[in-house]
Design a protein around this ligand. Structure first.
Ligand code: UDP
Ligand code: MN
Length: 346
């Protein structure tokens, strides 16, 4: 067969184009591989990328109330200026959310510290968690205590388990409180990385009274402190000394978040715990302890690293506080305690 010059040129151009496409395709694949294997900044441990928070698939034919775009809660703000939801009763559909998260087969960790006399709060905390905290989901509760023998026996539903970890006792409550960030960081690095999706770190001197479930899931989740949410930011009890790494200036800060409850995806909480702990230690080296220890550092962190979901004060009320009208349900609340009697120092 005779090939004229036109045909030869055609074949050559086609080969060149195909070659170029193949090269670009291979390079793209190589870049994707590099992104997967390069550590982000050399200090954070590598976590597998999880999709559990991004792709929300609802079961077909699920029947639920039509959502409205013109009616809803008007007495509270349910979205932040950076467009993160603020979770209040009436802003979400629990049936829909549970149906979305159930097939993802997620496991949620909860950490709780019961050091010294605080062990007395553990029983009620665990019992009420069984009734209200992620009911029907896989939950692993990690209890840090210096009194492992006094950990109560609480019946847990299938798929839910309790793990007890020993920690030394301390003569200063500030130290117990502050050490939590370090231990949470270590727990994530050493034990949770491969089988936990979300983690919540909670105060033990509290009880559940209402649902705390899938509506609380998010990347970085902060809880609004019940004591200050109607105040102006200059009144928030942030650390106000510029020499501290927890410093927040009077004209800065979004909300005042509590140290008694926070959470999110494992990698987000790891970053938070690691940063707060490092800043706490470096402050201590310079002889400074932030006003509210790790709560101050957490507030500084959340000012810079905006939480992707915010839980209203329904998610950490205080028993001594009368319920405000915008709080339709109290889900989790701190019990009244005698500080002088219960803490190792005052
Ligand atoms: N904690 C503890 N033993 C102590 C002091 C504190 O186990 O002696 C832990 C416990 O989990 C407690 C948390 O640290 O819930 C925070 O301390 P606390 O509840 O006293 O602070 P508050 O909520 O009163 O600010
Ligand atoms: Mn507390």
């Amino acid at each position: 067969m005779q090939l004229n010059s036109k045909t030869v040129t055609g074949i050559l151009i086609t080969t060149l184009v195909l070659g170029a496409v193949y090269y670009l395709f291979q390079r793209h694949r190589w870049l994707l591989e590099q992104m997967k294997t390069t550590p982000d900044n050399g200090c954070a441990p590598k976590f597998a990328v999880k999709d559990c928070d991004f792709h929300l698939v609802a079961p077909d034919h699920l029947v639920y109330k039509q959502p409205s775009l013109i009616q809803g809660r008007t007495d509270v703000v349910s979205v932040t200026p950076w467009l993160a939801p603020v979770v209040w009763e009436g802003t979400f559909n629990p049936l829909l959310l549970d149906s979305i998260y159930k097939p993802k087969n997620i496991t949620i960790a909860a950490t709780v510290f019961a050091v010294g006399k605080y062990i007395r709060f553990l029983k009620k905390f665990l019992e009420t968690a069984e009734q209200h905290f992620f009911v029907g989901f896989k939950v692993h509760v990690y209890v840090f205590t210096d009194r492992p023998d006094e950990v109560p026996n609480v019946n847990m539903a299938a798929g839910r388990q309790l793990m007890v970890l020993s920690v030394p006792s301390s003569n200063r409550w500030q130290e117990i409180s502050a050490r939590r960030m370090e231990l949470v960081q270590m727990l994530i690095e050493e034990k949770l990385q491969n089988h936990i999706d979300y983690i919540f770190c909670l105060d033990v001197d509290s009880q559940f009274h209402g649902r705390w479930g899938t509506e609380s899931l998010g990347g970085l989740v902060a809880v609004i402190h019940p004591g200050y949410y109607r105040d102006s930011r200059s009144k928030f009890p942030y650390e106000r000394r510029p020499s501290s790494r927890a410093y927040v200036a009077p004209e800065e800060g979004d909300f005042y978040y509590c140290g008694g409850a926070f959470g999110g995806l494992l990698e987000e909480v790891h970053q938070l715990a690691k940063t707060c702990h490092t800043n706490f230690v470096n402050d201590a080296k310079e002889g400074i302890e932030a006003a509210w220890q790790e709560e101050s550092h957490l507030n500084r962190y959340m000012w810079i690293n905006k939480p992707s979901k915010i839980l209203s004060p329904e998610y950490l009320w205080q028993d001594f506080k009368p319920r405000n009208p915008e709080v339709h349900i109290i889900r989790f609340s701190g019990v009244v305690k005698n500080y002088a009697e219960i803490r190792p120092n005052v």
